[in-house]
Design a protein around this ligand. Structure first.
Ligand SMILES: Nc1ncnc2c1ncn2[C@@H]1O[C@H](COP(=O)(O)OP(=O)(O)OP(=O)(O)O)[C@@H](O)[C@H]1O
Ligand SMILES: [Mg+2]
Length: 164
């Protein structure tokens, strides 16, 4: 449930790939254990790019692969453990339960989920939804809080950075 005075969805213009990576990097320090992010948008909208920026900012130095075929990639990082899901190829939402991914729900890991609509009804409760859309050669992002934790993140993200 989101309170009536919850922050309005935040719309951002992402002029190029670097801007999408930078948004991921801004989100990284605001994530807390168990936080669940869904990433929506057409093929090529920039979902994996955003996750890449986020994981790099959390200290992951390797290659961030798209989990389209594996369904999930796991990252054990110093501050947080992350699961990066991509359900594009999920045929039946029950598949991910059979694969044991249900255990992920309620753990301390952060979940980053591309194509959440394909896992209908099987997802853990979502904290933040990010919808990406192609806009000419750039992208736009709409960030919507779906829980009190998501609201805290949106408020922090919208606040001006403290000056040094
Ligand atoms: N803000 C941006 N402006 C222009 N291009 C961008 C922007 N953000 C990402 N891109 C580019 O979009 C392309 C596709 O990005 P990405 O693989 O992240 O999409 P995706 O949403 O994960 O797609 P899929 O649904 O296939 O997994 C990449 O070439 C990336 O460089
Ligand atoms: Mg992707």
């Amino acid at each position: 449930m989101v309170a009536a005075d919850s922050p309005a969805p935040l719309r951002l213009f992402l002029a190029d790939e670097a801007a999408t990576l930078a948004l991921g990097a801004r989100l990284a320090p605001l994530l807390v254990p168990g936080f669940v992010v869904t990433l929506r948008g057409d093929l090529g909208a920039g979902k994996t790019t955003l996750v890449r920026g986020l994981l790099r900012a959390l200290g992951f130095a390797g290659r961030v692969k798209s989990p389209t075929y594996a369904l999930v990639e796991t990252y054990n990082l110093s501050r947080l453990n992350c699961y990066h899901f991509d359900f594009y190829r999920l045929q039946d939402p029950r598949e991910w339960i059979e694969a044991g991914f249900r255990e992920v729900a309620g753990t301390e890991a952060v979940c980053l989920i591309e194509w959440p609509e394909r896992a209908r009804g099987q997802l853990p409760p979502v904290d933040l939804d990010i919808s990406l859309a192609v806009s000419n050669h750039a992208r736009s992002a709409l960030l919507t809080a779906c829980s009190p934790a998501g609201e805290c993140l949106l408020v922090a993200l919208s606040s001006p950075a403290p000056s040094a």
